[in-house]
Design a protein. Structure first.
Length: 193
């Protein structure tokens, strides 16, 4: 790691820890089920059946301004919003997958709505993004077991990160989830800086 990158990392960590109080929001296709973000995996829901939930995903109660208003009234300083959990359903307009909120019954870019509302309120904004996707191949397990699959998998992960950072820049925090099965070198994390 370069000295410049190390200094930037230290400054970013200081800003985040100084903010102290914020809201972490998980929301996604699993919200239709009301059973949490691991429902697809833990309940072994067939993927074809799970994908049908996009027809019910209206996000009619999702109100970015109300969320930000609540955060401001509670004296929070930032929001971190799940842009995509392990299920692979993106809550933003993406050119990389049809499995997203804009192509669902909601027909909305929820990340854009929340980022815009947060900035208007002076809140810091963080984007949570799963590194793995259970609904795409190769997934992390395949990447772990096959060098060719690994190359494709890592390329797609980095492509998603680039798209998020480009589309929503500037952001204050990029929160990766799904560390398994790789360490920082295996994820090629320095390429994601």
């Amino acid at each position: 790691m370069s000295a410049e990158y190390g200094q930037l990392r230290t400054q970013a960590l200081h800003r985040f820890t100084s903010a102290r109080y914020g809201m972490f929001i998980h929301y996604g296709l699993y919200s239709v089920l009301g059973r949490g973000e691991w429902a697809l995996n833990r309940e072994k829901i067939p993927l074809a059946e799970y994908r049908q939930l996009t027809q019910q995903f209206t996000a009619e109660k999702f109100d970015a301004e109300a969320i930000c208003d609540l955060a401001v009234r509670a004296r929070m300083r930032y929001l971190i919003f799940a842009t995509m959990h392990h299920e692979g359903f993106r809550l933003y307009d993406t050119s990389l997958s049809e499995f997203n909120s804009v192509k669902s019954a909601a027909n909305r870019d929820l990340v854009a709505e929340l980022v815009t509302a947060a900035r208007a309120c002076g809140l810091g904004i963080g984007l949570y993004h799963s590194l793995n996707s259970w609904t795409e191949e190769p997934d992390a397990v395949m990447a772990l077991e096959n060098a060719a699959a690994y190359k494709v998998f890592i390329g797609r992960v980095h492509e998603r990160i680039r798209e998020l950072v480009t589309r929503f820049n500037p952001i204050d925090v990029l929160w990766y989830d799904g560390w398994w099965p790789f360490n920082a070198d295996g994820w090629q994390a320095t390429r994601m800086k």
